[in-house]
Design a binder for this molecule. Structure first.
Ligand SMILES: Nc1ncnc2c1ncn2[C@@H]1O[C@H](COP(=O)(O)OP(=O)(O)OP(=O)(O)O)[C@@H](O)[C@H]1O
Ligand SMILES: [Mg+2]
Length: 222
């Protein structure tokens, strides 16, 4: 089973948007795909269950028959840093739980599991731990979504360096151009030079996931 962890230069950078597109493209290629959103903060309480929108989107795209709780086992109501949400709810985020919930997914025999992170690469879990520690423990391959805006060159390079310094493979990146940016093509070209990994897609503003799914280069992944 291959596992890819989608991180980004920031929150709201397009991790879920890209994950939806990627899963759609892989399912269209008849791949069996599981999804995992280990932690979410910012949910609606529906019939006593905390439902996160990212997890809903991912659940709909995947094709292993997962429940939303299997996709997103750790959820907090408040749209704040997860370890602070845990704190105000008198709980702690357990790295072991995150790992065990991930390992359970292998029972579904997916060919590929797509994991969406939260925030950027170095997301604190509390107790000195980070979500990146989970990625290290399962040795997932990392895909970096770059939110193309002023400052993104620094954010992209620092994120890439941190992933490599953690001993992980950052296998590809994505240029997400959801908003207009002056000299966007020049900035993308600069990142193509500075990041020694393939770019899977340049995504412009496109609400239609099917259309966007056609613009992904899957060969570096499968
Ligand atoms: N290229 C795009 N075209 C159209 N809409 C986009 C694009 N990229 C992102 N969006 C939209 O921008 C918003 C933020 O993107 P998204 O939710 O994917 O970010 P995220 O990195 O997953 O954020 P979080 O850290 O909260 O999980 C969403 O409403 C998403 O649909
Ligand atoms: Mg998201």
């Amino acid at each position: 089973m291959s596992t890819f962890f989608i991180t980004a230069t920031d929150t709201d950078a397009g991790k879920t948007y890209f994950a939806r597109i990627l899963v759609r493209a892989l399912v269209n290629r008849d791949k069996k795909i599981a999804v995992y959103k280990p932690i979410s903060a910012g949910c609606q309480l529906i019939d006593g269950v905390l439902i996160n929108e990212d997890a809903e989107y991912l659940t709909v795209e995947a094709n292993c028959g997962q429940t939303i709780t299997q996709v997103n086992p750790i959820a907090f109501l408040e749209p704040i840093a997860p370890h602070i949400a845990a704190n105000i709810n008198n709980t702690v985020i357990s790295l072991n739980d995150i790992e065990q919930n991930f390992l359970q997914l292998s029972k579904l025999s997916p060919e590929i599991t797509i994991i969406e992170g939260a925030g950027g690469w170095r997301l604190p879990l509390g107790s000195g731990l980070y979500l990146s520690d989970f990625v290290k423990s399962v040795k997932a391959k990392v895909i970096l979504v770059v939110n193309m805006k002023l400052g993104c060159l620094n954010h992209a390079i620092l994120s890439y360096e941190a992933i490599i310094a953690d001993g992980l493979e950052c296998v590809a990146w994505v240029a997400n151009c959801q908003k207009k940016m002056p000299f966007i093509e020049e900035n993308i070209a600069e990142l193509e030079t500075l990041l020694p990994i393939p770019k899977l897609a340049t995504l412009y503003f496109e609400p239609d996931i099917d259309k966007a799914a056609k613009s992904i280069e899957l060969s570096p992944l499968i």
